[in-house]
Design a protein around this ligand. Sequence first.
Ligand SMILES: [Fe+2]
Length: 271
Amino acid sequence: MSFHAEDDVIAPVSSVAPAAALTPAPDPDRAVASRTRTFDNPRLRKDFAAQDAFLYLEDFLAPEVTAQLIHSARALLDEVNRNYLPGHKQGGSVSRHTIDRLAPFIAELYRSKELIGWLEQLSGDKLQVSPADDPHAYALYYYTRPGDHIGWHYDTSYYDGRRYTLLLGVIDESTCRLEYELHTRNPDVPDQPGSVQIPPGGLVFFDGDKLRHRITPAGANEMRVSLTFEYVTDPNMRPWRRFISNMKDAIAYFGFRQVFRQMTSRAKDSA
Ligand SMILES: [Fe+2]
């Protein structure tokens, strides 16, 4: 068994032909607004609160945005960093650093004022983008081999404030499901289990410390790609929490090269 999975090659996973180049990329603010202005936002805000800071929408993204994300997800297959933690997770990911280089549209969507404003309405919190050295700020997650999954967990905030996760469906040719439990942190309300399959363009938005969740294992010849955005209410992080968070990311997600690259280059800059 090897834990050095960075050089793994992604197995052929899909019969779908490679996407053609999509230019020009849509304007993220305009595309987001074209959808969010059609929603019953006061109702969604109530739903979010009633579900203890959780919301699922089957159809959220504008079709041109979904198409752009699908194109990027396929184009980045060679950049996927595979990782494996026995008993807990197995899968692949592409960090923000790679996205910045090769799929800048995703970074623009992450920073879209329309998107952040809409999420603020839902959550009732003032949201900020994650700091530049956080590889989870925006990342693609790949489930492309049999057994790829992630076990039960919370998206724990190592920041001084809350950490919200926005999960966008990109490709789903799989039987994977997001299974979750609401109200686990609230002793006054019984836990409420749920399970959704997130189609391309679908959305899940939640407070990472409140939603217990997992992704069930992929079967043979399946492919699932999701895009996650992380927003915080206070981007400060105490040094020891930073250390724990970096080690977790290096081992479980992106590899040491990606996680510590920024730190090294910063140290060089200040030398
Ligand atoms: Fe998660």
